[in-house]
Design a binder for this molecule. Structure first.
Ligand code: RIB
Ligand code: CA
Length: 309
């Protein structure tokens, strides 16, 4: 049985990722820790609580984490995901409440409790993880793997030409995490752009499901779809869901490379830029496996299975 902890800035694609993880029979989500990013922290928390209820797993712990980046003002993505991060679905309040204990302590407690087994998935700004490894520098040695959705591998960013959103929001946290000694698997934005968007002409099987979960999925992603369509991409992008899917089934990874990766924190124009030294020109120890190709067809089958409920 795999033991997962998912750190999330819960909005449309994060929700999809949580549904995939919570549905999996071969993994348990030991805890969900929440960080501000796509929308404000209180809304991210509410979205995570609501998603565990929709997944029929209201007992999964949800811990509140950082309300802002380590050093910078929070930048959100309401323009992508809607005011509530859920496609402006205006769902009712979740019935359940949050779990005692700060997200940072929950990360450290889980790592200690499942020493060597815990796989952490970071699918938002890395503020909670940076705080956790600063509080306990031995964390990387206790964590089986740290899987991160973020950055780009020598490709255009999605919030500035240089940077992907999660690393842009908290570049200092991302740099701390990449330098801390974790065994990292990086699922960057360019992977999502090339293999992780479900386009309008692929939607028929998802529309045909017509289940509570499929209707929920469309609802939480509808605003993001509209936003992408306005910039010429007529589909739903699911970077976080891809990241969870390939964590659960690494055979989805059709190509990857192990490279030295670091994150820019001082650039006026390049803050959050993820340097991926594919040529090894810097002569620095590689610290991350970077996903370069991914089986989209199998991902769609997995997602259909999850949304079938
Ligand atoms: O750049 C994509 C990432 O930023 C995803 O994790 C999305 O949910 C947002 O957090
Ligand atoms: Ca996210």
């Amino acid at each position: 049985l795999r033991r997962l902890l998912i750190d999330t800035d819960t909005a449309g694609d994060d929700v999809t990722a949580l549904l995939v993880a919570l549905h999996s029979p071969e993994a348990t989500v030991e805890a969900i820790t929440v960080v501000a990013g796509n929308v404000y922290l209180d809304q991210c928390v509410r979205n995570a609580l609501y998603t565990t209820e929709m997944a029929g797993k209201p007992e999964v712990p949800v811990h509140v984490g950082a309300a802002k980046p380590l050093m910078r003002h929070l930048v959100t993505a309401h323009y992508v995901h809607g005011d509530d991060g859920m496609g402006n679905s205006n769902f009712p309040e979740p019935k359940r409440s949050v779990t005692e204990g700060h997200a940072v302590d929950a990360i450290l407690d889980c790592a200690d409790r499942f020493d060597g087994q815990l796989e952490i998935i970071g699918q938002g700004p890395l503020t909670n993880l940076a705080l956790a490894v600063t509080k306990d520098p031995s964390l990387p040695s206790k964590v089986k793997r740290l899987i991160i959705m973020g950055g780009v591998n020598n490709a255009r960013g999605n919030i500035t030409p240089a940077a992907e959103f999660n690393f842009y929001v908290d570049p200092e946290a991302a740099q701390i995490v990449f330098r801390a000694g974790f065994d990292i698997l990086l699922s960057p934005w360019d992977i999502c752009l090339h293999h992780g968007i479900i386009y309008r002409d692929e939607m028929a099987p998802f529309e045909a499901l017509d289940t509570e979960l499929s209707r929920f999925w469309f609802s939480v992603n509808q605003h993001a779809w509209k936003f992408l369509n306005e910039i010429g991409i007529d589909g739903i992008s699911l970077p976080d869901a891809i990241t969870v899917a390939l964590t659960l089934d690494p055979s989805l990874i059709q190509q990857s490379g192990t490279y030295f990766v670091d994150v820019e924190t001082k650039g006026e124009m390049t803050a959050g830029y993820s340097l991926v030294d594919v040529g090894g020109v810097l002569g620095k120890e590689p610290n991350a496996e970077v996903v370069e190709k991914f089986d989209k067809e199998r991902f769609k089958e997995i997602l259909l299975e999850v949304l079938r409920g």
